[in-house]
Ligand binder design. Structure first.
Ligand SMILES: Cc1cc2nc3c(=O)[nH]c(=O)nc-3n(C[C@H](O)[C@H](O)[C@H](O)COP(=O)(O)OP(=O)(O)OC[C@H]3O[C@@H](n4cnc5c(N)ncnc54)[C@H](O)[C@@H]3O)c2cc1C
Length: 596
């Protein structure tokens, strides 16, 4: 039976997914004017019965209905132009959907993929893995045993809210799955390398080289552009080696759940570019792999309010680009999450859904992904933290500051605190060493940035340079200059003494700011990448109802997987998303589906 409004509500009530009452069904869209994208119509449709003006209480707040919770009217059977029937229907041709497709097809499963994108897509390229053959070859000890401490640090950072069973599945199969990926990519002409690890002077968030990049001679920058190569390679393998079909420019609209919306999910209805409708019937499983919901303002406001408040002005809404790759203004509109909700899936348990952000105080970075470890100040010219952290935590600190603005100050001698400086995206080439910058090259890059006023690597920071600290501080717009000068002098005194009495930075990385010329940066805000989570998902990637019962026939994978992260994606295990949920868990899902 196809889904209609009544069925949806029944399902929602039966599962308790919505504490919906007759009144609640007519309740408001709380985002009001903020709605956009594909939800705009639904918001308008329900707007006439808005409960605006009513007061929220602990008893009634869950009765609110958001625009995205309202399913579309089902398409009449007569309007379905074509029907495809396969055992497994995968929705989305990103890394997660395509990895699942290849893994299942390789085991002989009958799989079809359709996607709203016009091609295989992905972005970035860091695939975190534990215990790959590549790491072993290079003598990097990163077995599940060796990873115990960093995993504990990560799970502590997430206050143990995340689903540790999914993590164990990843950790125990990470080596196997990345080796499988490496073998497939090599056959497609892609090479593998490793990004540098991160060495925390305090040891807390140290991680060995574990982010695998895929690259070619034509596109050597695997950390930023390797994932699209990988996605294309998976698509080629799926179609050429296993005869799979991928239908592009086909947008999933809603799921069909049998038995009055309480039974198995048996099909997806989608719309093609020419406006015609197509039905994909799944004998065994529908897999949603439709990405994040950062292009949906209402979902962001509801599920990730801290990120929404911080980034609503830098995200863009309206027309959705289903081919979005390396963009920083929002990716996907949450279609898969909505389709799941409409058939009674519960939302993930962790709240809010963690955003993936980075940035921090801008300056010479250690280990590529560090916050600037030297002096950081706020607009009051005061220090605000122990600076020695990575760029995700650095970004969170900046967002909590007055005017979300941070300054960094260092001197020429800072360039010589390392013999070589890693540049972003450099792979470790064990034959030729990493591709570092010398201290002189670092100074030249600061000089160039100060001349232009902007960082050449696109952090958005404003650069300043002066021969005296007084002149430097004079240039630093918006800072309390007198206090800043005093703070710089105090910081240098701590460094000279080898003891930071204020924030207790590790003395090994405390350097006085005393050798001209002097450099500074100013940065406001942080960089938003995506938001990581969605539907309630168990460790077998089954989508579940409110009481954790799996919905028969419905799976999801990739970044939309619920409860894999908590609090924030923190880059402590960089590339965990491509490596874990898009990689290992999708690979395992493909294997499991083939056995159904
Ligand atoms: C700039 C940037 C760089 C990043 N770099 C990294 C990195 O290096 N490492 C890392 O781990 N993470 C990185 N990320 C996070 C990254 O987004 C994810 O790791 C990963 O790409 C998500 O893959 P996915 O397959 O789950 O979703 P997506 O790649 O978003 O794929 C979703 C697919 O579903 C399709 N789709 C959407 N809606 C529908 C619909 N209604 N019907 C049919 N198809 C639909 C889309 O068109 C797309 O093909 C980065 C993010 C950004 C923004």
């Amino acid at each position: 039976m196809e889904l209609n409004r009544r069925d949806f509500l029944k399902g929602a009530l039966a599962t308790g997914a919505l504490a919906a009452t007759g009144t609640a069904l007519a309740a408001c869209s709380p985002a009001g004017g903020a709605s956009g994208g594909s939800d705009a119509k639904a918001t308008g449709a329900e707007g006439s019965s808005s409960a605006s003006g009513s007061v929220l209480t602990a008893d009634n707040y869950q009765d609110m209905k958001w625009s995205f919770e309202i399913p579309p009217e089902p398409v009449a059977d007569a309007d379905i132009a074509e029907t495809y029937t396969h055992d497994i229907v995968i929705v989305g041709a990103g890394m997660a959907g395509l990895c699942t497709a290849v893994s299942a097809a390789e085991q002989g499963a009958d799989v079809i993929v359709f996607s709203a994108s016009s091609k295989p897509i992905s972005r970035g390229g860091s695939n975190h893995a534990i215990g790959s053959k590549y790491q072993k070859e290079k003598g990097i000890d990163y077995s599940p045993e060796a990873a115990r401490e960093i995993v504990k640090a990560e799970q502590t950072a997430g206050t143990y809210l995340m689903d540790k069973k999914k993590w164990e599945r990843w950790i125990n199969h990470s080596g196997e799955s990345i080796d499988w990926t490496i073998d497939h990519m090599e056959k497609q002409g892609l090479k593998c390398c490793l990004e540098p690890g991160y060495t925390d002077p305090d040891g807390t968030i140290t991680v060995p080289p574990a982010s695998h990049n895929f690259y070619t001679d034509e596109q050597p920058f695997g950390a930023l552009f390797g994932a699209p190569l990988e996605a294309h390679a998976y698509a080629n393998i799926f179609t050429d080696d296993f005869g799979g079909e991928i239908h592009y420019k086909t947008v999933g609209q809603y799921l069909i759940r049998d038995n009055d919306n309480t039974g198995r999910v048996s099909a997806v209805v989608a719309q093609r570019e020419d406006g015609s409708y197509v039905k994909y019937v799944a004998n065994k499983a529908v897999v949603l792999a439709t990405g994040d919901f950062s292009k949906n303002p209402d979902m962001m406001a509801k599920y990730s309010p801290w990120a929404w408040e911080n980034f609503k002005d830098s995200l863009t809404f309206g027309d959705v680009d289903y081919d979005a790759e390396l963009v920083y203004s929002g990716l996907m509109p949450g279609d898969g999450q909505k389709m799941g909700l409409w058939v009674g899936a519960a939302w993930q348990k962790t709240y809010p859904v963690p955003p993936m952000i980075n940035g921090g105080a801008s300056g010479p970075a250690h280990g590529v992904i560090s916050n600037f470890w030297g002096l950081n100040m706020d607009i009051h010219g005061e220090r605000y933290q122990n600076e020695c952290t990575n760029f995700a935590y650095g970004a969170i600190s900046v967002l909590q500051l007055p005017q979300k603005t941070a300054y960094a100050v260092w001197d020429k001698a800072y360039a010589y605190t390392q013999d070589e400086w890693e540049a972003f995206g450099c792979c470790i080439d064990y034959e030729n060493g990493i591709m570092p910058s010398t201290p002189e090259e670092m100074i030249a890059s600061w000089d160039a940035a100060a001349t232009e006023g902007k960082s050449s690597i696109g952090t958005g920071a404003t650069y300043y340079k002066a021969d005296t600290l007084e002149e430097l501080v004079e240039q630093m717009e918006g800072i309390d200059k007198e206090q800043a000068l005093a703070t710089i002098k105090q910081y240098s005194a701590y460094a000279e003494a080898g003891l930071d009495e204020q924030f207790h930075v590790n003395p090994d990385i405390l350097y006085p700011i005393s050798t001209p010329p002097f450099y500074a940066t100013k940065i406001t805000g942080a960089t938003f990448l995506t938001v990581c989570g969605g539907l309630r998902t168990n460790d077998k990637m089954q989508v579940c109802e409110e009481d954790d019962t799996p919905i028969e026939g419905l799976y999801n994978t990739g970044i939309m997987t619920g409860d894999f992260y908590a609090n924030t994606y923190n880059f402590v295990m960089p590339g965990q998303n491509l490596g874990a949920v898009c990689g290992t868990l999708s690979y395992l899902l493909g294997r499991d589906l083939a056995e159904l």
